[in-house]
Design a protein around this ligand. Structure first.
Ligand code: ADP
Length: 198
């Protein structure tokens, strides 16, 4: 089974492209969704997060206070890495499990929807790396208008990610999503054909 890495900066339209690929019949392993799943109430990853970052992060209902964890963890490089050391192996393990399930179900290709694909060097393990590319200013506009982020937050999140040029350099295929959704569609169709020929 071929692995198709799909990535892009926040607000680039990566989830939109992932949905189109799912509609075309490809199983999608969604790293963001897995990142949330592994911190569900009662999970061993959540218990470890409580141990390291404070038991008060976990409410009486067992739910994690994500905003407060972000404040405690993302303030310094050291604490960011501490959190990553807890979560990343669990995300990798569950991703592998889902790839194996897709393969067992007979899929010829599966998509890895992964914001940090290039940051983590995982593009090297993919058969095809697809980068969805949009100018940063347009991404800020879309994040503010359709996802309701405030502008400062949108800019801060973009600034924390790898630069667009570096991400593009890792791509086998660049999807230009600066235009309309109508302009995106034929590019995804071409990508679908390319994946089927792998
Ligand atoms: P990502 O998953 O990369 O963060 P999304 O797929 O959620 O990005 O897209 C960010 C926002 O921009 C969403 O609200 C989405 O509907 C919108 N969007 C995506 N592509 C386009 C486009 N070509 N034109 C206008 N809005 C778009």
């Amino acid at each position: 089974m071929k692995r198709i890495g799909l990535t892009g900066g926040i607000g680039s339209g990566k989830s939109t492209v992932a949905r189109m690929l799912a509609d075309a019949g490809f199983p999608v392993v969604d790293a963001d969704k897995i990142a949330r799943q592994i911190m569900e109430p009662g999970s061993p990853v959540l218990a470890k997060v409580g141990e390291v970052f404070g038991a008060d992060l976990i409410g009486e209902d067992g739910q994690l206070n994500r905003a407060e964890l972000a404040r405690r963890a993302f303030g310094s490089e050291e604490t960011t890495q501490q959190l990553n050391a807890i979560t990343h192996p669990a995300i990798r393990e569950e991703s592998e499990r889902q790839f194996a399930a897709a393969e067992a179900a007979g899929a010829k290709a599966a998509v890895y929807d992964m914001p940090l694909l290039v940051e983590q060097g995982l593009h090297e393990q993919m058969d095809l790396t697809v980068v969805v590319d949009v100018d940063a200013e347009e991404r800020v506009r879309r994040l503010v208008s359709s996802r309701g982020l405030d502008e400062t937050d949108a800019r801060a999140r973009i600034a924390r990610q790898i630069g667009d040029a570096e991400r593009r350099a890792a791509a086998d295929v660049v999807i230009d999503n600066n235009g309309s959704l109508e302009e995106l569609k034929p590019q995804v169709e071409a990508l679908v054909s390319e994946i089927r020929e792998l």
